[in-house]
Design a protein around this ligand. Structure first.
Ligand SMILES: Nc1ncnc2c1ncn2[C@@H]1O[C@H](COP(=O)(O)OP(=O)(O)O)[C@@H](O)[C@H]1O
Ligand SMILES: [Mg+2]
Length: 271
């Protein structure tokens, strides 16, 4: 039997933390290593990843040498009125999408910034889950409730509990496990005190909640500029965009991410 694709899911229950941006960067990293990659946008109503990929096709069509592309499927949430029916339909649609993409080595799934049965189903089939977190206590609240004066950990949040539940679901279904990575995004070079406090809390949480911690990406204008062209920091040379110091740092941050999540068959990228 052919090997099953390895599934990477980007998720958290908050919008604007970089799920779609990081999805695209993971997809292109894997494509540029020569792997066939499938992608699914479970957040098709917002459709950021789907539009990102459409923009990439448009850019690629105008180029002499085309850009590597994933085989992409956007999925809409079921609109069946009975919850049970909706959950079943979501599950079926996701399974069908995975079957359609079965010839790929990797499938990257982008999820919405809110809880839904479809998003839960996507989490439950993850081999690797990446949760990007903006550099603020508002975002940290998505993982854990903190005591405001001492920053003591009070209890895991609903999202952390949801991930636990999906880990159990996964284990029961196929004895598989979900490797969970929390990635800090949009780190600012100012406000060092906030940064240190966040670091301490995340390190403590990593052990308690059971995720790996990745330092992640700095706040960089380039990430906001790439979307319209559908490109990533790995496509700049091909698109003849002059490379700045910030681009070099962004590429290094991406390389670190890919190395740290230790995907199967992924050789260490050339430094
Ligand atoms: N490291 C970064 N530096 C600057 N802007 C970023 C960074 N990561 C993401 N962004 C921007 O933040 C916004 C939200 O990112 P997006 O990937 O759409 O988040 P999500 O999918 O979690 O809602 C987008 O405008 C994106 O370009
Ligand atoms: Mg998104």
């Amino acid at each position: 039997m052919a090997q099953k694709p390895y599934i990477v899911v980007l998720g958290n229950e908050k919008g604007g933390t970089g799920k779609s941006t990081v999805s695209m960067h993971v997809i292109v990293s894997l494509l540029r290593m020569g792997f066939p990659v499938g992608s699914i946008d479970v957040d098709a109503r917002q459709g950021t990843l789907s539009r990102y990929i459409e923009n990439r096709k448009t850019t690629s069509d105008e180029m002499e040498k085309p850009l590597p592309l994933s085989t992409h499927i956007p999925l809409l949430m079921s609109n069946k009125s009975l919850k049970e029916d909706a959950v079943k339909e979501d599950q079926q649609n996701l399974e069908d999408a995975i079957t359609q993409l079965a010839s790929n080595r990797f499938i990257v799934i982008d999820t919405p910034g809110s809880d839904s049965p479809l998003s839960r189903a996507a989490h439950s089939i993850a081999d690797t889950l990446i949760t990007p977190l903006n550099d603020s206590f508002i975002d940290l609240d998505m993982l854990v409730r903190l005591k405001s004066d001492t920053l003591d950990i009070l209890r895991p949040s609903t999202y952390a509990e949801m991930v636990w539940e999906q880990k159990k679901r996964r284990a029961m279904r196929d004895q598989g496990s979900i490797e969970w990575y929390v990635l800090r995004n949009r780190l600012s070079s100012i406000n060092a005190r906030n940064k240190e406090q966040m670091e301490d809390v995340i390190q403590a949480l990593a052990k308690r909640i059971g995720f790996h911690y990745i330092p992640g990406f700095g706040e960089r204008v380039i990430f906001r500029e790439l979307f319209l062209k559908g490109i990533t920091v790995l496509d700049l040379e091909d698109c003849k965009i002059p490379i700045t110091l910030s681009h070099v740092s962004a590429k290094q941050e991406l390389r670190n991410l890919i190395q740290m999540i230790q995907l199967p068959e992924v050789e260490r990228l050339a430094a």
